[in-house]
Design a binder for this molecule. Structure first.
Ligand SMILES: Cc1cc2nc3c(=O)[nH]c(=O)nc-3n(C[C@H](O)[C@H](O)[C@H](O)COP(=O)(O)OP(=O)(O)OC[C@H]3O[C@@H](n4cnc5c(N)ncnc54)[C@H](O)[C@@H]3O)c2cc1C
Length: 458
């Protein structure tokens, strides 16, 4: 790619800022457009949550190099920051104490991207036209012209709905006052909302697990608090993850704590709940799951929906995109991150080549690059933007090189643990750790961890 000078970066989260650091190092001119009033705007919404990856995994190398001369001290690589600490001790210094300072525009929400003088249909000469970004700030609509664009706008502000079909449940919008999405701070700012109430948490991932554990802590303080865990699937054990085998120990610990909570009856578990209808009644919030042949309902005071996130593709409408139809991620990435195949495995590092779009010079990176898949790690994003910056600077060799070794979850690597979760004999009631494990067991094999090329990292 030649003639690249100005690169627009959408989003000042950890990956957007890392992208800007790499671009700057390569002699390019990044312009970071951030919708929120300050950098790390999405992370500030979950500032109370402790990360499962330690500092050593959370700092981008180019960002670290930019910070070093400012007198910044890298935090203890073994310690685990909260989202708030990551913003305060890393993203803010990066945005205010380094050369990046003059490259960031906050309160600048990107609303559309096109090619100057080319609508989506027009082809001839298209790849030579610069990008036109439309963004909105306090003064109104503004335009930025850039030679390339990295969209690192994340997915935090687009939570999935409670409805099991991917559409909001009927009544979900109307009942919004009693519904929260993501990870509300149930032990802090939102404590009064949940203390002493009957609270349902819908979801099976890390966010649901963290919220359930926090609610259990709240229930120890305020015993009238009742917790109901609503699962669309049939097996809570699938949420317990890698446990002691997880190379990211803090992530494994969450799974172990949740397993312990369930075993001790600290919460009520309702499996197979595919929510179709939500209604505010005099008795509380009525959550109904109607499936052919069975109808179920629970009544609670509050519902927390932790069913994952999806990317905002609306402002990319004028660009030619090659996205996977299911995951809404760059097509080449889909086989690497498909949660049907990788529920606990590790995704191999990847970069500009896998993230390239039919629109030359446009990349989706960071959390958004995983579309609807939930397994993103910041470290993966840092490798993505290192490679993209190298590609944009014309250093193809560095763009193709893999400079990252990812931690493995571990669970799919080990030989049959005692509970038969991954690998082990194909007993009818042994839970599988991932889709490949389940398929292997169903086929009568000893589970994928016992086979070459099973569900562990390739
Ligand atoms: C609760 C939680 C815990 C996590 N814990 C870990 C962990 O321990 N370790 C790990 O490696 N990963 C973790 N992740 C996953 C991931 O690494 C983080 O979500 C990380 O913040 C992703 O960085 P990002 O820069 O891609 O996106 P974000 O941090 O979401 O940043 C995107 C930015 O883009 C801005 N933006 C959005 N739309 C626009 C627009 N139209 N115009 C301009 N700006 C826009 C947003 O305001 C935001 O500031 C966690 C995720 C969550 C939700």
């Amino acid at each position: 790619m030649s003639g690249i000078r100005t690169v627009a970066v959408i989003g000042a989260g950890p990956v957007g800022l890392a992208a800007a650091a790499h671009l700057l190092e390569r002699g390019l001119d990044p312009v970071v457009l951030e919708a929120g009033p300050a950098v790390g705007h999405a992370m500030r919404q979950w500032s109370h949550v402790r990360l499962f990856s330690p500092w050593g995994y959370n700092i981008d190398k180019a960002a670290g190099r930019l910070l070093a001369p400012s007198g910044w001290n890298s935090p203890d690589p073994q310690a685990y920051p909260t989202g708030g600490e990551l913003v305060e001790r890393y993203l803010e210094p990066l945005a205010t104490r380094t050369a990046l300072r003059s490259h960031i525009r906050t309160t600048a929400r990107v609303t559309g991207i096109g090619r100057v003088g080319f609508d989506k249909v027009k082809t001839s000469g298209r790849e030579r036209a610069p990008f036109e970004l439309r963004y909105r700030n306090g003064a109104g609509d503004e335009t930025l012209v850039a030679d390339a664009v990295i969209d690192a706008s994340g997915t935090w502000f687009r939570p999935n709905p409670a409805g099991a079909s991917g559409l909001p449940a009927i009544g979900e919008e109307a009942a919004r006052q009693r519904i929260a999405y993501g990870m509300p701070d149930v032990l802090g700012a939102a404590r009064a909302r949940y203390a002493g109430k009957t609270v349902a948490v819908l979801g099976a991932g890390h966010s649901a697990a963290g919220t359930l554990i926090d609610l259990a802590a709240l229930a120890r303080d305020v015993p009238e608090t009742r917790i109901i865990w609503l699962l669309r699937g049939d097996d809570p054990a699938k949420s317990f993850g890698g446990g002691a085998n997880d190379k990211l120990a803090a992530r494994g610990a969450v799974g172990l704590m949740l397993a312990d909570l369930v075993a001790k009856g600290g919460l009520r578990v309702e499996t197979g709940v595919r929510v179709s209808r939500i209604e505010s009644t005099d008795r509380g919030l009525r959550i109904a799951a109607t499936m052919p042949g069975s109808a179920r309902e629970v009544v609670v005071d509050e519902l927390i929906v932790a069913t994952g996130f999806r990317p905002d593709l609306g402002f990319l409408n004028e660009l030619r995109l090659g996205l996977d139809p299911a995951l809404e991620c760059p097509a080449a990435l889909a086989p690497l991150i498909d949660p049907n195949e990788h529920s606990c495995g590790t995704v191999r590092p990847h970069g500009a080549q896998e993230l390239a779009q039919p629109e030359p010079g446009f990349y989706i990176a960071g959390m958004k690059s995983y579309g609807r898949a939930p397994t993103f790690l910041m470290l993966t994003g840092y490798e993505q933007v290192r490679s993209i910056a190298a590609e944009l600077a014309g250093d193809r060799q560095a763009a193709r090189r893999v400079e990252l070794v990812l931690p493995e979850t571990g669970v799919c690597n080990v030989t049959a643990p005692a509970n038969g979760c991954c690998g082990g004999p194909p007993t009818s009631n042994a839970p599988a750790c991932c889709a490949a494990d389940e398929a292997a067991k169903q086929a009568g094999a000893g589970g994928c961890a016992t086979q070459r090329g099973g569900c562990g990292p390739k």
